[in-house]
Design a protein around this ligand. Structure first.
Ligand SMILES: C[S@@+](CC[C@H](N)C(=O)[O-])C[C@H]1O[C@@H](n2cnc3c(N)ncnc32)[C@H](O)[C@@H]1O
Length: 840
């Protein structure tokens, strides 16, 4: 695939995956849009000299791929420079889109989807020279990387059909958009269907959902944890959205380095919090804020998280995958080396390869570089910068408010160009007048800023002076970067110009930096390097596969690491390996689990059901969800709330009538797997995987905040019928196999007729189907597509409601109905093709 040379061209605000402010430029077309593009381009072009000098000095550009596809040293200045520019251009261009087809999509549907995609891409013009429209990722079946980025797909008229297709398939859960490099750790971890897996830093959850697909059955277990309860809660929604609700998942919120060792897992993913400089292609903040301090500051946390995983939470023989989206050896090889050092031979690196994907071997040597500034210096520098920004913002706001009053009350100034007049005509008075243009500075999510966007005057037509300055700045960057030779002295000189110093050991490190620079930051000794095989780690660079930057390593545990071994304390290091787990404060977060408004059941359907198809009463399950303000208090915990979210067994008095009504039986049926929430008054009954239940019995809930687990099996009706609980669509595929009552097999036509959001008269169904349904009492029942009654994983079951009168109603969200319809269509298409083939 030709590498995409496209540069940043997004409008301000949304430009780099950042959060956009309002104001001129939003909505496109106006001067703000043009300026936003210029602004982002300006930031990226101006670069971050420190970042570039740091990585040049580390040796990122020392190797290149030759024509035979081998990684060879750069032997000349020209080779080095070419390599550096290829890297620089790649990290400064926008990340192309990538996605994968979900594993539970049937082979027929997958074939149809891939054919649809081929057709769509055949109609797509080549938008950039040398950019192929799509490539299949060889290291993961049914994963694709497109030649264009998300915004281009959304906005380019000729990509409209592709955009619609991606949107529709994403909505019904058939594809998951995920960065190419983010797909690597689950591939490397190679989870088996019955494994127990811990994802230590899981939010927002792209890798979690991929692992979940690998588990592929009710016997495994996946604990997805994140320190931030809000993010962990988002993870629940994310998994729901892509319909990866599964009884084997438990979502927790806990500092991973203190995760309680109540059990040991087969596989662990430590996708650690990192400085994220590999994300420069979607996060403009990297260019503006990167310093080496971020990585140094995270090194200890990364070691502690991964060490906790490897030493205590991983079973002997199990694998831990450590990954970051950073290229920094402080966050990568230095962390892995420290794990191997502490493991004293009980941990080893496993060689990994990714088919069809260029990766570079991990390093055994690197430099420890830092600015010689104390925390206090850095803080005061930051404060000064923030004060300056605040002042600029205030000036800006004052000017804007004066201008907007002026512009509204006075005729349009003839110097204002046509675009601004359009804005005024549209009633947008909030326009900066000087230089006839405005610009929004994007706010990146990682900046934690809620301040209004700063604007600068950088109109590329009218402000040539400014543009020249930017160009001069860029030229200067390039000049500073053009080494005359390639030796380390020169590279270090560049780093020095950027304010960085090299330290060869802890004794070199000034006292003021000793809290930041740890002994474990330094490269291994020669003896250590010979046994660690750090070259088995993988480095992924943006220009090698047109992706983000990434690092991944796979560690296998060979033997037990005893408490004594774990109590390692490095003599010259202030890092203490924490043995005792401090009590984890449980946090309560907003939770809608008891709220029967999950996306899997549309409000339209619910209304019909509650009105029993006859629209007579307004008995509403939603009323019972508690005071939303109370529930949205964030992660503060009160004594009252303590343990309220915990999962507890369902009382016999509640479960027995359900078991009887739906005839729940069979060798696999296990009452213990039905649980409810302590504070939920049994409004929802969850179906929980056996291994997850075992974790609950081991007391995990006493040590971590439980965000969510299992899936909704039954939901209380508050409606007069023989059973208080109806089957929830979310769990129907897991409940139906155990049902011996109120379950009906439907022919394809009857099944299709069930797929309505409104109550449907039984008169339109076959005699066989309607005569089976008519006699049953008002209440919940389940329909399974003929031929799928022994293939529940194919998800052809519907939760239905027998209404009063002669109606039935599907309790299924519109988006899920669409998904099932598209599955049925592809099955039909496949059948037709087979018939045609047979006939010919
Ligand atoms: C790189 S992101 C993880 C991305 C995620 N694995 C995915 O694929 O979507 C790092 C995550 O670590 C979380 N985090 C930060 N410190 C943590 C800690 N001490 N323990 C657990 N999670 C932590 C952050 O909230 C963040 O969500």
């Amino acid at each position: 695939m030709g590498r995409q040379s496209k540069r940043w061209k997004k409008k301000g605000g949304r430009a780099a995956g950042g959060r956009g402010g309002g104001g001129p430029g939003r909505g496109g077309g106006g001067p703000g849009r043009r300026d936003g593009e210029t602004y982002v381009q300006t930031v990226v072009d101006a670069g971050n000299f420190k970042l570039e000098a740091y990585y040049a000095a580390q040796g990122v550009h020392d190797h290149r791929w030759n024509e035979q596809g081998e990684l060879v040293p750069c032997n000349t200045v020209a080779e080095f420079t070419r390599e550096r520019l290829a890297w620089r251009n790649a990290i400064a261009s926008i990340l192309p889109s990538s996605f994968r087809i979900a594993k539970d999509v049937s082979p027929e549907l997958r074939q149809k989807m891939e054919a649809d995609l081929d057709t769509l891409l055949a109609q797509t013009p080549t938008l950039e020279d040398g950019v192929s429209a799509i490539r299949k990722l060889q290291f993961l079946p049914h994963a694709f990387q497109l030649g264009f980025d998300r915004t281009k797909i959304r906005k380019h008229p000729e990509l409209q059909a592709l955009h619609e297709w991606l949107k529709a398939e994403t909505d019904c859960g058939h594809i998951t958009r995920q960065e190419t490099v983010s797909m690597i750790p689950p591939v490397v971890l190679n989870t088996q269907p019955n494994d127990s897996v811990l994802d230590m830093c899981a939010a927002p959850g792209s890798k979690t959902s991929q692992i979940l697909e690998q588990l592929d059955g009710p016997r495994g277990c996946l604990v997805a944890n994140d320190a931030n309860p809000q993010r962990a809660y988002m993870l629940t929604h994310q998994l729901r959205r892509i319909m990866h609700v599964n009884p084997v998942v438990m979502i927790t919120a806990c500092d991973a380095q203190f995760f309680p060792a109540v059990t040991q897992f087969d596989k662990i993913l430590a996708d650690a919090p990192c400085s994220g400089d590999g994300t420069s292609r979607k996060n403009i903040g990297v260019w503006k804020t990167w310093t080496q301090v971020g990585a140094l500051g995270l090194h200890t946390l990364q070691v502690e998280i991964a060490w906790k995983g490897a030493s205590q939470l991983l079973r002997v023989g199990g694998d831990l995958c450590y990954s970051t989206c950073s290229m920094n050896p402080m966050e990568n090889e230095a962390v892995v080396a420290e794990l191997l050092r502490r493991g004293q031979g009980q941990l080893e690196l496993v060689p990994i390869t990714l088919q069809g994907f260029r990766t570079r071997p991990g390093w055994s040597a690197w430099k420890v570089l830092s600015e010689n500034k104390s925390r206090r210096d850095m803080k005061s520098q930051r404060n000064k910068r923030n004060a300056q920004k605040k002042w600029e913002r205030e000036q800006q706001q004052t000017t804007e408010s004066k201008l907007s009053q002026n512009l509204i009350s006075t005729p349009v100034d003839s110097s204002v160009d046509g675009s601004d007049q359009t804005l005024l005509a549209n009633g947008v008075g909030n326009v900066e007048k000087s230089n006839n243009s405005t610009i929004e500075e994007p706010i990146e999510p990682d900046m934690n800023s809620t301040a209004s966007p700063k604007r600068e005057n950088m109109d590329d037509n009218d402000n040539e002076e400014e543009r020249d300055e930017v160009k001069a700045d860029r030229d200067m960057v390039d000049q500073r970067f053009e080494p005359t030779g390639m030796n380390q002295v020169e590279l270090l000189e560049m780093a020095k110009q950027a304010g960085l110093e090299e330290y060869h050991s802890m004794t070199d490190v000034p006292e003021s930096l000793q809290r930041r620079v740890k002994e474990s930051c330094f490269p291994p000794t020669i003896d250590e390097a010979n046994t660690y095989h750090l070259d088995r780690c993988l480095r992924c660079y943006a220009h090698d596969n047109d992706t983000g930057g990434f690092f991944v390593a796979l560690l296998r545990k060979k033997g037990t690491i005893s408490a004594k071994d774990r109590r390692v304390q490095r003599a010259s290091d202030s890092t203490v390996v924490v043995e005792a787990e401090p009590p984890v404060k449980k946090a309560r977060v907003e939770d809608d689990d008891e709220d029967d408004t999950s996306p899997t059941e549309n409000s339209n359907t619910k209304q019909e059901v509650l009105n029993d198809g006859n629209k007579e009463d307004g008995d509403n399950d939603d009323e019972d969800v508690g005071d939303p303000d109370e529930r949205a208090k964030g992660n503060k915990i009160s004594d009252k709330d303590q343990g309220k979210d915990d999962f507890v067994p369902v009382e016999g008095g509640v479960l027995d009538p359900i078991v009887e009504y739906y005839g729940l039986t069979g060798p696999e049926f296990c009452r213990d797997q039905f649980m409810t929430r302590a504070g939920g008054d049994a409004k929802v009954i969850y179906y929980i995987g056996a291994q997850v239940r075992a974790l609950i019995d081991l007391g995990i809930q006493d040590r971590v905040t439980m965000i969510n687990s299992g899936l909704k099996a039954f939901v209380r009706n508050n409606k007069e019928c023989d059973c208080k609980y109806r089957v929830a669509q979310e769990g129907v595929h897991f409940i139906a196999p155990h049902m011996s009552a109120r379950k009906f097999i439907a022919s394809k036509d009857d099944f299709v007729n069930c797929l309505q959001t409104d109550p449907t008269s039984l008169a339109i169904f076959s005699d066989e189907f309607s005569s089976a349904i008519r006699p049953i009492a008002v209440g919940s029942f389940v329909v399974v597509l003929e031929g799928y009654d022994d293939q529940y994983h194919r998800k052809m079951c519907l939760s239905m409601w027998r209404c009063r009168g002669d109606n039935i109603n599907a309790l299924v969200a519109k988006v899920e109905i669409d998904g099932i319809q598209s599955k049925l269509q592809s099955m039909e298409a496949k059948k037709e093709t087979e018939c045609t083939n047979e006939a010919s």
